[in-house]
Write a protein that binds this ligand. Structure first.
Ligand SMILES: Nc1ncnc2c1ncn2[C@@H]1O[C@H](COP(=O)(O)OP(=O)(O)O)[C@@H](O)[C@H]1O
Ligand SMILES: CC(=O)OP(=O)(O)O
Ligand SMILES: [Mg+2]
Length: 402
């Protein structure tokens, strides 16, 4: 069975085509700048030359059509016809309280995803565009939705409630949902496997730090707290998102600057974080470069990012009354050795002993970066959200077929 995995962003679409017989990736790629003047499609077929196409792609429907054309192309293709794609799995960021697990796409699932647009305005409408575009271009092919929030549905009430009038929860479901759950789930399981210890016995703190970033306390395999909130804006400082701030700042700034709701949302989501503090870039690589050259704004951005991450790790050790394992994953977590070193060298009170040489090793495999004797084991585990989505899709589609 071949499964196409789609991760739709508001102006991007990432895809991977899996052959589930051996979970091999037949092709993967990325469409960027959808709806802008020159869109870019980068298609990487396994074992063949990759291609980059610049054209005008105004919406997700066209993006999917182009992706399908690439997948079936005589030269760059990996399948001979669209009929060889048996199912499609979508990443959906927000499943609210509706979805505690992945689900087949039907009319009911679509209605619920639409009802959650308000809670994830950057992410859920994009996912819905991906689902609709798939329906149009591949009619009849079963689709599955895999939610970032599902893994965090095990959080206890004391972790997910905000200390505001309860009526807001009753009426609008205002509460913490978290995100990146597919990744936190995957890397916590992989960490237990790597250490050859039962997941049920471990207190794990998983740090998924990429463009979006979140930390989760995983106790015995269950998410008991996570840093993202009702939306993916709360918690850590991120590439362009502010993370935690005094909520009183929002009405204060709106009043002073005469900002609308949309404008303040955009400020906090798109013009804050590393980008705002460094004044240069939202990309951690640029921040590290700047800090190494002694550039003061990049240095401050790096220091704030590290300090805030470290505070979350400390607070989750307190939440679980201990920590056995810390895991770093995603673009920054897997690659930024200097950031990991700074975080860990400031957490020695927890009994963490960094292996400085191991921390510098670059690899696509799970690896230990603490010493073997360190009281808290620290690992880098490359995440693979797409593979989890493909596996869930396979399982659910097999269920309906047999
Ligand atoms: N070598 C590196 N050193 C530091 N940061 C890196 C490196 N490579 C990638 N990154 C960071 O990873 C981020 C992207 O992470 P990723 O998990 O791919 O994000 P997303 O899935 O949210 O797009 C980039 O913005 C960049 O800051
Ligand atoms: C939820 C979220 O922040 O996702 P991403 O990291 O892909 O932006
Ligand atoms: Mg990501």
């Amino acid at each position: 069975m071949n499964i196409l995995v789609i991760n739709s962003g508001s102006s991007s679409l990432k895809y991977q085509l899996y052959n589930m017989t051996d979970e091999s990736v037949l092709a993967k790629g990325l469409v960027e700048r959808i709806g802008m003047d020159s869109s870019i499609l980068n298609h990487k077929p396994t074992g063949k030359q990759e291609v980059t196409e610049v054209s005008e792609i105004l919406e997700h429907n066209t993006a999917i059509r182009k992706v399908l054309a690439c997948l079936t192309d005589k030269e760059h293709g990996v399948i001979s016809s669209i009929d060889e794609i048996n199912a499609v799995g979508h990443r959906v960021v927000h499943g609210g309280e509706f979805f505690k697990a992945s689900a087949l796409v039907d009319a009911d699932a679509k209605t619920k995803i639409r009802q959650l647009f308000d809670l994830a305005p950057l992410h859920n409408p994009a996912a819905m565009m991906g689902i609709s575009a798939t329906e149009v271009n591949m009619p009849g092919v079963p689709q599955v939705v895999v939610f970032d929030t599902a893994f965090h549905q095990t959080m206890p009430e004391k972790a997910y409630m905000y200390a505001i009038p309860r009526v807001l929860y009753n009426k609008y479901k205002v509460r913490r949902y978290g995100a990146h759950g597919t990744s936190h789930d995957f890397v916590s399981k992989a960490a237990a496997e790597f250490l050859d210890r039962p997941l049920e016995d471990l207190k794990i703190i998983t740090c998924h730090i990429g463009n979006g970033a979140s930390v989760t306390a995983v106790d015995g395999g269950l998410s008991i707290d996570t840093s993202m909130g009702m939306t993916p804006l709360e918690g850590l400082m991120m590439g362009t998102r502010s993370g935690d701030l005094d909520p009183a700042i929002v009405p204060y700034v709106m009043n002073k600057e005469e900002l609308s709701v949309g404008e303040v949302n955009s400020m906090l989501n798109k013009h804050s974080g590393l980008l705002a503090i460094s004044g240069v870039s939202s990309d951690m690589r640029d921040i590290i470069d700047g800090a190494e050259k002694g550039e003061p704004n990049s240095t401050l951005a790096f220091d704030m990012y590290e300090y805030r991450l470290r505070k979350y790790i400390g607070s989750y050790a307190a939440a679980m009354n201990g920590v056995d394992v810390i895991v770093f994953t995603a673009g920054v977590g897997e690659n930024a050795a200097v950031l990991r070193a700074k975080v860990l060298n400031n957490l020695t009170f927890l009994g963490i002993e960094l292996d400085a040489e191991a921390n510098k090793v670059r690899s696509g495999d799970p690896r230990r970066i603490s010493t073997a004797e360190s009281k808290v084991q620290v690992l880098v585990v490359p995440t693979n959200e797409e593979l989890v989505i493909a596996r869930d899709t396979y399982r659910i589609v097999q269920g309906i077929n047999g």
